[in-house]
Design a binder for this molecule. Structure first.
Ligand code: AMP
Length: 223
């Protein structure tokens, strides 16, 4: 029998896939397994795994396949995955997809589709204060005190509470975002095609709608 709730979620950065993955996990009572979150937790806690991967994640490079595959193999063998799971950020390469085929069968692949230009706007609008407060000058929450060029691009913005000048993370700048999106297209398109060989497996969702509308479409597609 093919397990029904063995799910993958795929989408570019700022597609909202992490948010949707959490909602799917809550609804179907299955674990949300994000390789990016697992790596960030391990780095924060200074574990052996964290030390192994930090050099890769810091430079936006992929962690070696063998390491990620072993991590996922161990995670999927845990008891909470018996009713299913939603994998977010894995597989990222063809060898990872082939290894996953050997571990289990995937029921559905949810692809959250958002055009590159929208992702660039969502990410490159993100500005932060030194205490971690995050604003988005193009979406929300917008800083109350900000100056814009006539074409709508930002000149400068300030924290609502402290008045401190907000800064942009280096990898949120448009040229860096474009590079990350190019990597996504180069690495992930073949993976979608890999699952697309089985009819009805891949479901394409329009990620430009609001969060609840995207979730509504996903629910309908998953049944
Ligand atoms: P993410 O939050 O999914 O963008 O992941 C953050 C970082 O973790 C990536 O830039 C990679 O360095 C690493 N990473 C996450 N998932 C994978 C994967 N499936 N294969 C290789 N590296 C990964």
């Amino acid at each position: 029998m093919i397990p029904q709730m063995n799910l993958l979620i795929v989408g570019p950065q700022a597609s909202g896939k992490g948010t949707q993955a959490k909602k799917i996990a809550d609804l179907y009572k299955i674990p949300h397994i994000s390789t990016g979150d697992i790596f960030r937790d391990n780095i924060k806690n200074g574990t052996a795994l964290g030390k192994q991967v930090v050099e890769y994640t810091n430079h936006g490079k992929l962690v070696p396949d063998a390491l990620v595959i072993q991590l996922i193999r161990d995670r999927l063998s845990q008891a909470d995955c018996a009713p299913g799971f939603i994998l977010d950020g894995f597989p990222r390469t063809q060898p990872q997809a082939e290894a996953l085929d050997q571990i289990t069968r995937i029921g559905k692949v949810v692809v959250v589709d958002v055009p590159d230009e929208v992702c660039i706007m969502r990410i490159s609008g993100r500005y932060m204060a030194s205490n971690g407060t995050t604003y988005n000058v193009y979406t929300s929450p917008k800083p109350k005190n900000a100056a814009y060029h006539p074409d709508g691009t930002l000149i400068e913005a300030f924290d609502d509470v402290t008045g401190e000048k907000l800064v942009q993370r280096d990898d949120d700048k448009p040229e860096k975002v474009r590079q990350r999106l190019a990597d996504y297209h180069a690495q992930t398109k073949p993976i979608i095609a890999h699952y697309g060989k089985t009819a009805g497996t891949v479901v394409l969702i329009d990620g430009q709608q609001d969060i609840d509308a995207v979730f509504g479409e996903i629910r309908q597609a998953l049944g």
